[in-house]
Design a protein around this ligand. Structure first.
Ligand code: VGL
Ligand code: ZN
Length: 376
């Protein structure tokens, strides 16, 4: 059996992660030294077979496979032993071979296209998103988000006089121009960029572009709905005081990967993708299906998103990635980090259960040895 076939066969076997026999076969296949565990070279060989770029082999570097290895080598003894391989098989490999993808179309609304807060060339993304959505079944879930503000919203320049300014604000009410940033008074001082009034609830400007393809079982997410706090991310408001239903909707469908596109790249797309990463989803940003406000802030946004672990892709790569025919180390590293994080959390939980009961330490290897292993 050829190497691609081994993982491609697994990919099509929906119950592979529970199959202990196949797990043992896979470990044996790459454990050339025959000691029942993988060293870094053996793991690298396995990754060479696993990672592909649309059917072609991926030019994997030793550094890339080592970084993944380090996340999966839980006890850091430079081997992936049988237990660690089991976790790899059960949790990491399914994320690589059987990702569950959602598409999030952020704020593809009239006001951001040809309305009061129009983004240059925004209309061009509509056919790009429609083409991505042509392929039914590629996404487990499609989400459309709406910036959805009441008339008296805190972000509107014409409402700046409705609220008090904090003494630290560099810009005062009377001098405030559109796009300035002020600091409003409140429970905590709150920075706010002043935008032209936009996406007022139920207005034409708040409607999705008329040509945007709407899929059958989609989910609509409304954000920025409270008058006193803005919301750039489709997950949380800017103060992180409240959450939308987005995270729950994604968890309900067991989504692992989110493909983010829409408007504006440097505002709502950026915050949505970064929050997705912080919640443990793997975010992909479909760059040609986004437009931003300024080149400068788009460059900054790209750096921030990449720093947060977001993967920049073009619309032509999405199908192959969502269907796991393109499997790249960056995706696998994120998956490994998520697994490592979940392990650390499980250890903390077990350790606290242990101390709650006040009896002798657990002996199953999940006890926290030192606090530094909890650093994230
Ligand atoms: C947005 C500015 C203000 C966006 C929303 O959707 O990117 N930008 N509100
Ligand atoms: Zn807004």
């Amino acid at each position: 059996m050829s190497a691609e076939n081994f993982f491609d066969n697994l990919k099509n076997d929906l119950s592979f992660s529970g199959n202990r026999e196949k797990e043992a076969t896979c470990l044996k296949r790459y454990n050339k030294r025959g000691d029942g565990r993988l060293d870094q070279d053996e793991f690298h060989e396995m990754c060479l077979d696993l990672f592909v770029d649309d059917g072609k082999s991926f030019p994997l570097t030793e550094t890339e496979s080592r970084r993944i290895f380090e996340q999966l080598d839980d006890n850091q003894d430079n081997y992936i032993d049988r237990d660690e391989f089991h976790i790899l098989w059960r949790y990491w490999l399914p994320m690589i071979l059987q990702p569950k993808a959602a598409l999030i179309a952020v704020d593809v609304q009239n006001d951001f296209i040809d309305g009061s807060l129009a983004v240059a060339q925004a209309e061009e993304i509509v056919p790009v998103i429609n083409r991505i959505l042509d392929d039914e079944g590629m996404f487990e879930q499609v989400i459309y988000t709406y910036d959805w503000h009441p008339e008296n919203h805190v972000s509107f320049h014409n409402n700046v006089c409705l609220r008090n300014i904090h003494h630290t604000s560099k810009v005062q009410q009377k001098d405030a121009c559109v796009f300035d940033t002020v600091v409003f008074d409140g429970h905590v001082p709150m920075e706010q960029t002043l935008w032209p009034a936009h996406c007022v609830q139920h207005s034409h400007g708040a409607k999705l572009h008329a040509d945007l393809k709407i899929t059958k079982d989609h989910v609509d997410i409304y954000k920025g709905v409270c008058d006193h706090v803005d919301s750039y991310s489709a997950f949380f408001d800017n103060q992180r005081l409240s959450q939308t239903e987005l995270a729950v909707a994604l968890c309900d469908r067991r989504i692992t990967d989110v493909y983010v596109c829409g408007l504006a790249y440097d505002v709502c797309v950026r915050h949505t993708a970064i929050d997705a990463a912080s919640l443990g989803f793997r975010p992909f940003v479909i760059e040609d299906a986004c437009r931003g406000l300024t080149t400068e802030s788009c460059d900054k946004a790209r750096r921030e998103m990449e720093e947060a672990g977001c993967i920049m892709v073009s619309s032509t790569q999405v199908k192959s990635m969502a269907e796991a025919n393109t499997r790249v180390p960056k995706m696998a590293l994120q998956a490994a980090e998520n697994v490592a994080l979940a392990r650390r959390k499980a250890k903390v939980k077990l350790a606290s259960m242990n101390s709650d009961h006040g009896d002798k330490p657990l002996t199953n290897g999940f006890v926290v040895e030192n606090s530094s292993s909890l650093d994230m």
